[in-house]
Ligand binder design. Structure first.
Ligand code: PBG
Length: 325
């Protein structure tokens, strides 16, 4: 290798065109997915206290907001339901008249080309707030699979383009794949939340989705954040069970995991820039110490640089509006 003064790194940093020409990582709106919370009701647009600038929408409001999103150049969303009823079998999660099912039908009718990914989980629909069936204070794995598979089929039946299980039960990808295939949905891909860690960064989301566990925590099924090798095992298991794409979640404190997964596996890797990560950026805005736009670009570019093919981020809508990409 040449040495200074023959070699000067700064030559390629001289101007913006040159810097862009040799940029190793690209971030575009095609790499971003915007999460949405949909609830029952008419013309509702309820601000989410923990996520400034974001709302729970009833279906009409959702259609309006998604319309603006699509016009600004974003074509993928991840949908979460905020149901009006909860019970011990999460019935509203797989009902054809459930809030997500109704919203997906309305979305696909108005925006046939919009990519609608649905979150497949039980927590927001269970009266106890856990991601599986609870018996004697324990979250049961195998009986929960049947319900998760039912949710996935009901979402596909409503027109969802991709289903994304986030529950962290073992064997759910295989159960969902089998159920989809048995119901003529063999073309619907599964994006599995393969490496989902127990994280304090989900706090704002749980307020938005009303999905906090009523007792104990999720440490019995979500991963321990101290573990990296285990994430590789989880991802390998999900791919073997039929996951078409895998997700690592959260993103910012887990860039090492994203990086290793992208080196090891050939399926597309998604990263979830979660609610707490968004909330931190929003909170820092009030300090007037950080240029928000630059910070958002830096965060999302870093997640791409680590190896994520695409990113689920609450910043997506504002980023598209800023028209800087
Ligand atoms: C449901 C689910 C959660 C998130 C996505 N799907 C919350 C949780 O596991 O408690 C978190 C998303 C975010 O924080 O933005 N299981």
């Amino acid at each position: 290798m040449m040495k200074f003064p023959a070699l000067r790194s700064r030559r390629l940093r001289e101007n913006a065109v040159l810097r862009k020409l040799v940029s190793e990582t690209h971030l575009g709106l095609q790499h971003l997915v915007m999460p949405y919370f949909v609830r029952e009701g008419k013309e509702l647009r309820t601000p989410i206290r923990a996520l400034p600038g974001l709302y729970q929408f009833s279906i009409s409001g959702l259609l309006k907001d998604v319309g603006e999103l699509v016009r600004s150049g974003v074509h993928s969303i991840l949908l979460f339901g905020v149901p009006s009823e909860k019970d011990s079998l999460a019935r509203s999660a797989y009902s054809s008249k459930g809030i997500v099912q109704k919203a997906v039908r309305a979305l696909k009718k108005e925006f046939p080309n919009l990519l609608v990914i649905t979150d497949v989980c039980l927590c927001a629909y269970m009266d106890h707030g856990h991601c599986g069936i609870v018996h004697n204070g324990r979250v049961l794995n195998d009986p929960s699979l049947k319900l998760l598979a039912k949710i996935a089929v009901s979402h596909a039946d409503a027109g969802a383009d991709v289903v994304a299980p986030s529950d962290m039960m073992d064997g759910r990808v295989a159960a969902i794949r089998k159920a989809l295939d048995a119901n003529q949905f063999s073309d619907i891909p599964i994006l599995s939340y393969a490496a989902k860690y127990t994280s304090s960064f989900y706090g704002p989301f749980r307020e938005a989705a009303g999905s906090s566990p009523k007792f104990s925590d999720r440490k019995g099924y979500q991963m321990n954040y101290a573990n990296r090798q285990e994430a590789m095992k989880e991802i390998a298991m999900d791919i073997e069970e039929g996951a078409d794409m895998v997700m690592i979640k959260p993103a910012l404190a887990y860039l090492d995991v994203i990086h290793e997964a992208s080196e090891r596996f050939s399926v597309p890797i998604a990263a979830y820039n979660v609610s707490g990560e968004y909330a931190m950026v929003s909170a820092s805005e009030g300090l007037h110490l950080f240029p928000e736009r630059d910070m958002v670009l830096e965060i999302l570019t870093a997640i791409r640089r680590a190896g994520a093919d695409f990113i689920i981020s609450y910043h997506t809508r504002q980023l598209a509006e800023w028209k800087i990409m």
